[in-house]
Design a protein around this ligand. Structure first.
Ligand code: ASP
Length: 287
């Protein structure tokens, strides 16, 4: 709710919708409830590594960062990549140097670690370091279900703004700490264009959560956008992609979207997905 209120507040101030996306991501990155910024999952070394991305549907301009350990709000840095560079993705050390040049403040990476995640990391080690895919599985297939404290996943925003010519301008953003116990240097779907996010004024704005390797292999966000572009309702498109992802990779996820007609959709094949929006609650895609 606080995140959606931030979107409306920033849009109400007349700011660019890309700022609304970045500031909405920041609200969730600053809330340790989620796997983004503060409170992110820890990698195999017990460290935080953050990925984030932002995209504008009118121009297909996009900006991403990955493998950042010492910044609280990677979504804002992704927006700076979009606005200030000719590139789509900056990684690790180069992203950090860029962020510092842009005036972003570096923090002690340990300040991003929540005590809950240390317990979760220890439980993951004690369970024999299972593959991250199980964290998105149904509780009966997740040997760690109940063993680790409850928390919510990756965060995402999609915005459609009706312009003076009666068309929707679309914007999307996603931010994450990745998956529990991921290899150091692992990059998932989130900062990859078309995988964890996409925005196309001729298709849809889409943001994804879930098992990143599956979302990337199925190019989830662009797949939803392309189905909308071909005439499908975003709800149908999301459900089709989630089913396809499960059938082809065995992975589960959750997606939100708004299309070029302003129609919205939200669905998940994971056990749950936190959501706040202008529309109906997300549908559980039963697989
Ligand atoms: N998709 C994210 C990743 O694989 C994780 C998540 O959504 O919780 O990095």
């Amino acid at each position: 709710m606080a995140a959606r209120a931030k979107s409306l507040e920033v849009l109400g101030q007349g700011c660019h919708p890309l700022n609304a996306v970045a500031e909405t991501l920041a609200v969730m990155e600053n809330d340790p409830t989620f796997d983004a910024g503060h409170g992110s999952f820890l990698n195999e070394n017990g460290e935080v590594e953050l990925d984030a991305a932002i995209m504008e549907g009118a121009t297909l301009r996009t900006g991403s960062v990955c493998c950042l350990s010492s910044f609280e709000n990677p979504g804002r840095i992704a927006l700076a990549v979009l606005r200030k560079t000719e590139h789509v993705l900056l990684a690790g050390k180069g992203a950090e140097i860029f962020a510092l040049k842009q005036g972003f403040r570096k923090v002690d990476s340990r300040s991003l670690i929540h005590p809950r995640e240390i317990l979760a990391f220890e439980a993951w080690v004690a369970a024999g370091k299972p593959d991250a895919k199980i964290f998105f599985a149904k509780p009966e297939n997740n040997s760690l279900a109940g063993a680790t404290p409850e928390k919510r996943g990756t965060v995402g925003v999609t915005i459609g703004v009706l312009n003076n010519s009666g068309k929707y301008n679309l914007f999307a953003g996603t931010s994450t700490g990745g998956t529990p116990g991921k290899m150091a240097g692992r990059v998932g779907d989130v900062p990859l264009v078309g995988c964890g996010f996409y925005a196309d004024n001729e298709g849809a704005a889409v943001s994804c959560t879930g098992w990143g390797e599956g979302l990337a292999r199925i190019v989830a966000a662009k797949s939803v956008s392309d189905l909308c572009r071909a005439g499908q309702h975003p709800q149908q498109a999301i459900e089709a992609v989630l089913r396809d992802m499960y059938r082809r990779t065995g992975g589960r996820g959750g997606l939100i979207a708004v299309d070029f007609l302003g129609r919205t959709g939200a669905g998940y094949s994971t056990p749950e997905m936190a959501f706040s929006g202008e529309t109906a609650l997300p549908t559980s895609v039963l697989i």
